[in-house]
Design a protein. Structure first.
Length: 138
């Protein structure tokens, strides 16, 4: 019994040591690009750069950590958000088109299928204005 305990302890220590080494080798949190997130552009080959190129699409903006503008995002882009899905995304776009735009989060909350949890997700990942003014998603 003591041999088995010692073996398990050795395995546990080995795994902890492996975790420490992996943590030291893990990439740091420094940005890969030297420009503000709203200045990131996408080259024709799909590479994100600072400078000339196209503004990121909704999916690309999300992957770069930027918020979507709820008043301009497509249903396909909104469906990429956690917990939203295609049906709710479609209802959000239909509600927005019916009123012209969302002026407040109360209007978003009134859309069928948006409850407290989904509203928090939408507030974290979208804005009711220009995406470049919204700041990072998470």
């Amino acid at each position: 019994m003591a041999g088995r305990t010692a073996a398990l302890a050795a395995v546990a220590l080995g795994l902890m040591g492996l975790g420490a080494v992996a943590r030291l080798q893990w990439p740091d949190s420094a940005p890969a690009l030297d420009c503000a997130p709203e200045a990131v552009r996408i080259r024709a080959d799909g590479v994100a750069i600072c400078g000339d190129g196209l503004a990121p699409s909704g999916a690309q903006a999300l992957s770069l950590g930027r918020r979507l503008d709820l008043n301009t995002a497509t249903a396909e882009e909104l469906a990429l958000l956690p917990g939203v899905g295609p049906a709710l995304a479609r209802r959000l776009v239909e509600a927005r088109e019916a009123t012209g735009r969302f002026a407040s989060w109360d209007e978003v909350d009134a859309v069928s299928g948006v409850g407290a949890a989904k509203l928090q997700t939408l507030q974290a990942a979208t804005s009711l204005g220009a995406a470049s003014d919204a700041g990072p998603v998470w």
